[in-house]
Design a protein around this ligand. Structure first.
Ligand code: 3HC
Length: 311
């Protein structure tokens, strides 16, 4: 049974009003936003690791500069999103403590290894492609700070996808070995990219409420289908084969029929048992611990400056 405040709030949502930090909101709305925005921010920060692995080994100076710029962008995306989460009354330290102790998630995709340079192409093309599919609708999300963060982030994402697809084009037009590397990268990243959109709608515990609050604008399966329909022609253009023998165009539905990912793998990965979970979380915890002396120095300096100002 909804209270008068909840009815008035839902009416604001239904009229596409933006909810701002100081305005009344149901506790569940706040908690869902902290969970989703916090995990989104964690995804950006952890997402730097797979690509960071290749900055020192990029094949040309130009590719190194492009990859460096992209990884730097992801750090900025993370900071925008932590700022949006902080407007809900949670501290960045709290969010990071939950990430480091395994009590908050980040996107499953980053628990897969990046084994060859072609993976930098597949990540930009497929992972950023999927992220764009998911983030473009989120520009219209009901919470003001999240919507504005999404608008800024989406402006940079198309470059991320284009540079990845450009790597794939170069390699597919290269030697047979290079094209084979590109095919191998597609084989390894296709299903993990489909998993990024979340479990199938029947298994999505948050979708109904998140869509009622316009925290989620489309269902997981809807965006996954859109991603497949957009990406298959791009693979064909490259002369690559999507690793799904059951993939085929369905005229009636105006989209592709395709094989679902292995959901047992998905749930294992988000429970912490993917190929790289320990490595990724270990890297983040190490970065946090190695930076403690610097944070403490900044705080001590700020405290001294405050004392001087008061004296
Ligand atoms: N990875 C990790 N966990 C996932 C997941 C994924 N791909 N998909 C779903 N889950 C988790 C959910 O977080 C939830 O667990 P929780 O209750 O502990 O949070 C559980 O699985 C059930 O899934 P639901 O579909 O019910 O959960 P949501 O309604 O939250 O939907 C979502 C999941 C679609 C990822 C949604 O949270 C969302 O749209 N988040 C914002 C977008 C986002 O985080 N994108 C990350 C992409 S990577 C990125 O942005 C970096 C890019 O620049 C490369």
């Amino acid at each position: 049974e909804m209270t008068p405040e909840e009815i008035a709030f839902q009416d604001r949502i239904d009229r596409n009003e933006k909810i701002e930090p100081k305005e009344w909101m149901p506790e569940g709305y706040r908690k869902t936003l902290i969970r989703q925005i916090g995990q989104h921010a964690h995804s950006e920060i952890v997402g730097q690791l797979p690509e960071g692995n290749w900055i020192t080994r990029a094949p040309t100076l130009e590719r190194k500069a492009i990859l460096l710029a992209k990884v730097q962008d992801e750090a900025g995306h993370g900071l925008y999103l932590y700022c949006a989460a902080e407007t809900l009354g949670v501290s960045r330290d709290e969010l990071l403590e939950k990430l480091h102790s395994g009590n908050m998630k980040y996107s499953s995709i980053f628990n897969y290894p990046t084994l060859t340079w072609a993976d930098m192409g597949a990540v930009g093309w497929l992972v950023d492609g999927a992220a764009i599919m998911n983030q473009v609708p989120l520009q219209r999300t009901s919470y003001g700070p999240y919507s504005r963060a999404m608008i800024r982030i989406c402006k940079e994402e198309s470059f991320h996808q284009r540079q990845g697809y450009d790597i794939m084009m170069k390699m597919c037009a290269g030697t047979p070995e290079q094209k084979a590397m590109a095919q191998d990268a597609l084989n390894r990243f296709w299903y993990p990219a489909l998993m990024m959109f979340g479990p199938s709608d029947k298994d999505s515990v948050h979708s109904a409420q998140s869509m009622a609050w316009k925290i989620k604008m489309n269902t997981n399966d809807e965006l996954r289908q859109k991603f497949v329909d957009q990406t298959v022609p791009q693979a064909e253009y490259l002369g690559l084969t999507v690793p799904d023998p059951d993939l085929k165009w369905n005229e009636d539905k105006g989209g592709y029929d395709f094989s679902e990912p292995d959901w047992s793998e998905f749930f294992a990965v988000i429970a912490g048992n993917g190929p790289c979970n320990a490595e990724r979380l270990g890297a983040r915890v190490k970065a946090w611990e190695d930076g403690a002396w610097f944070r403490e120095g900044l705080m001590a300096h700020a405290a001294k400056a405050e004392d001087r100002a008061r004296a």
